[in-house]
Design a protein around this ligand. Structure first.
Ligand code: GAR
Length: 195
């Protein structure tokens, strides 16, 4: 059974879907949920699902990313995760952190990568006049939002869409995509899934 840790920064709707999916004949189980914000709404949701939680507030560390990440690693490695799933974790990670978890760290990003790495993905897709938008699950490598793609889900961009409209439509697909990719990844399948 693979042991999965999840990192979040906010409400954690993707994290909840991941936790709920890891049951029955699933090859993995959730062992820990961490956040960089002690007030992240997802922490209580994880606890309610019976999963241990922790927070490492990034703010007291100011610009010392290495010290912040050392504390994250200490908390994560205490549970010996086989897989680390980033789910709306909004801190940039240093190459040292990425190297530590390389080959076992996943992320979900709200665009059809390689389009729109970084922030404001939905506004950028609308601004560009794209007919389609979506989400990508990828392996995390030292290049931001550029690791090997494990799966994508697509939605139409509709006339008059606001970034919020599009984000909501994409999020529904994120909730299907991420559990499906995690299940395959935990079973050793790194092939690409298109929903
Ligand atoms: C999701 O849309 C996820 O794709 C995005 O943050 C949201 C988190 O929602 N991630 C990023 O933008 C990563 N750069 P959630 O907390 O409800 O899962």
């Amino acid at each position: 059974m693979k042991r999965v840790a999840v990192l979040i920064s906010g409400g954690g709707s993707n994290m909840v879907r991941l936790l709920e999916s890891m049951a029955g004949d699933h090859p993995a189980r959730a062992v820990l949920v961490g956040a960089n914000d002690p007030n992240a709404g997802g922490l209580a949701k994880a606890a309610a699902l019976g999963v241990d939680t922790f927070a490492v507030d990034h703010r007291p560390f100011e610009r010392d990313r290495a010290a912040f990440e050392a504390e994250l690693i200490r908390q994560l490695d205490a549970v010996q995760p086989d897989i680390l799933a980033l789910a709306g974790f909004m801190r940039i990670l240093t190459p040292d952190f990425v190297r530590h978890y390389e080959g076992r760290m996943l992320n979900i990003h709200p665009s059809l990568l390689p389009k729109y790495p970084g922030l404001n993905t939905h506004a950028r897709a609308i601004e560009a006049g794209d007919a389609e938008a979506g989400a990508t699950v990828h392996e995390v490598t030292a290049d931001l939002d550029a690791g090997p793609i494990l799966g994508q889900a697509r939605v139409p961009v509709l006339p008059g869409d606001t970034p919020g409209d599009l984000a909501a439509r994409v999020l529904v697909q994120e909730h299907r995509l991420y559990p499906a990719v995690l299940r395959r990844f935990a079973a050793g399948d790194r092939g690409r899934l298109d929903l």
